[in-house]
Design a protein around this ligand. Sequence first.
Ligand SMILES: [Fe+2]
Length: 361
Amino acid sequence: MQKHFIGGVIPGSIIAQDVYGNDGVLLIKKGSMFREQYIPRFIDAGVQEIFVEDNGTMTPQTINTIRKSLNIQDVIHEKTRTHAQNQIKKTMMKFKSVSNSDVQRIGKIVEDMIEQILDKKDFVFALTQLRSVDDYTYQHSVNVGVLSLIIGIDLSLTKEELKNLGMGAILHDIGKIMIPEEIIKKPSKLTLEEFAEVKKHTEYGYEILVQTDIEEEAARIALHHHEKYDGTGYCRGLRNTKIPLFARIVAVADVYDAMSNDRVYQKRFMPDKVFREITHLGDKHFDTEIMETFARHINIFPTGTGVILNSGHRGIVLYQNKLYPESPIVRVFLPKEQRAKRLYFDLDLSVNTKWSIKETF
Ligand SMILES: [Fe+2]
């Protein structure tokens, strides 16, 4: 247990003793979580210091609580995200087919997603969760859905078109249910034969989806999402605008999300590297207009990202610098031995240029 000035308490810390105001009224009970928005109330009540449990090191749990207290919002509700992940998991676990009721349920989820994204004024995509490699496919499917919808909304697609785009995007890899699991989950490089087999998931996906009630333009996303703008992709080697618009959108979302996360065979890339890589691939692999639309809605280091600085300090991204997206404002947490007066300080990386982000967590 440590006594701290309220300005120095890490949001998310657990309060170790009941806190009373000067008038003797109980403000908050022991065991509650400290939130930044309590500060003005405490000051009004004359409270300057409180006892909090010693958080020790920054555990993933501490980071998560801090993220929650920063009130970082996903573009879609947590419930919708979980529901979508479970639904795609159920759909993909079924034996080599997709039923019309699965398609309908996914359609309903996509409608909810569209409403929720449209509700946000400035929708910026933030990867809010750390994902497990096991559930990678389902989480990836949902993220590709959300990212594609964000691009589609910016391109002023109609609600009907958005629904088809979202459904096709969520189901873009459905053909993988036909590929042997040992190939899909192989942690090392695939042989040429294995890769040829993996490539077939595009055709398989289309064949599975056209047998359902899903619209043709949604099914074609599964068929063409690995086409590249310069014609070097698969499965048809289409070029430029010969590639259907929805497949061009999903291609960007798919590659971005895949590079940003740990996969069975590859560690994720740092967000700034993903961003540079993707924009660099722009005119070769992607449609430049879609690429630029996408870039407008991505924060390289979204608010709430856990970061490790070149100094070794750990912190959390608090705000974005619109002009310098690679240099956000970070709340840096001091290690135990440096915490004499304060637990953290806020640092603008665009001004303090000797500090930089080395890693994210
Ligand atoms: Fe794919």
